[in-house]
Design a protein around this ligand. Structure first.
Ligand SMILES: Nc1nc2c(ncn2[C@@H]2O[C@H](COP(=O)(O)OP(=O)(O)OP(=O)(O)O)[C@@H](O)[C@H]2O)c(=O)[nH]1
Ligand SMILES: [Mg+2]
Length: 258
């Protein structure tokens, strides 16, 4: 059973998945040993950030061992987490590494779920005054709204052309700490197995209407080309555990227990 993370360079794929495996979670708990191993391998302690995933391979297979609280009980799931490098989306990389690109497609096609990680665009970031300059000091890497929308057209094209038909496609607008009131949104969206206040469709619609407005029509196009698929939108941040857990809590309803 596999889940593949895709997205451009620096979107936050590695950091987000690695943090999901932190044993100190609310309703998603990883194994201490795996978390420490992943951290030793992928995290630069001195710099306080994850290392860029090397472009020598398209996909890196790692294991996540998670206890996830579904409505009735904890479910124990063992997942193959396929990390990818954002480099593979460059045309030059694809033409220089045809074999690796095919490997990626094969792995992606065999994965139960695809998690697409998007960076925020600059208009979103400038809406908040609470941005911590320590976090991502250079706003340069963030795309303008126009670039962000154009880039999403490429994602639509990819899902159309490459006949990648995942059962689940989760789109995470990451680095939410840079564009929203984290605490407020976390309180609103947080999972609570004992409450029926918000279900998964409610969460999706709230996020979709609030943060994905400029690309809503494009998301509908993906929904339309992949029959049987429901795209679900999330906002995520490595700084807010309850938001970071949501994609896994959603997926746990479909992933098989070991
Ligand atoms: N502020 C903030 N920074 C984040 C978040 N998630 C990741 N980062 C930082 O963004 C940078 C890139 O994150 P990575 O997880 O390495 O990005 P990636 O998508 O794996 O990038 P490649 O491996 O190069 O394709 C790192 O400095 C992370 O620590 C987040 O939620 N908020
Ligand atoms: Mg990475």
């Amino acid at each position: 059973m596999g889940v593949i993370y895709i997205g451009d360079r620096r979107a936050g794929k590695t950091h987000l998945a690695m943090e999901s495996s932190n044993p100190r979670g609310y309703y998603v708990k990883g194994s201490e040993q795996i978390y420490q191993n992943l951290k030793a391998l992928l995290y630069d302690k001195a710099e306080g950030k994850t290392l860029a995933t090397e472009a020598r391979q398209s996909t890196y297979r790692r294991t996540l061992d998670l206890q996830v609280r579904t409505r009735l009980r904890y479910k124990h799931i063992l997942v193959d987490w396929f990390d990818t490098t954002g480099e593979i989306w460059r045309d030059s990389w694809q033409s220089n590494n045809p074999q690796e690109w095919n490997n990626f497609l094969e792995v992606a096609r065999g994965s139960e779920a695809v998690i697409l990680i998007l960076p925020p665009h600059r208009d979103l970031i400038s809406l908040t005054s609470s941005v911590d300059p320590e976090i991502d000091e250079d706003p340069g890497p963030f795309p303008t709204l126009k670039q962000w929308c154009n880039r999403f057209d490429e994602w639509v094209k990819f899902f159309r052309q490459d006949f990648l038909k995942p059962k689940h496609l989760l789109i995470c607008l990451n680095k939410a700490d840079l564009f929203c009131d984290l605490k407020q949104e976390a309180e609103k969206l947080a999972y609570n197995p004992d409450s029926y206040a918000m279900d998964w469709l409610d969460r999706h619609q709230y996020v979709y209407n609030r943060y994905f407005t400029p690309i809503r029509d494009r998301i509908k196009q993906i929904d339309a080309v992949i029959t049987g698929l429901s795209v679900r939108c999330f906002i995520t941040s490595v700084k807010e555990r309850s938001l970071l857990e949501l994609p896994w809590l959603y997926l746990a309803n479909y992933l098989e227990e070991i």
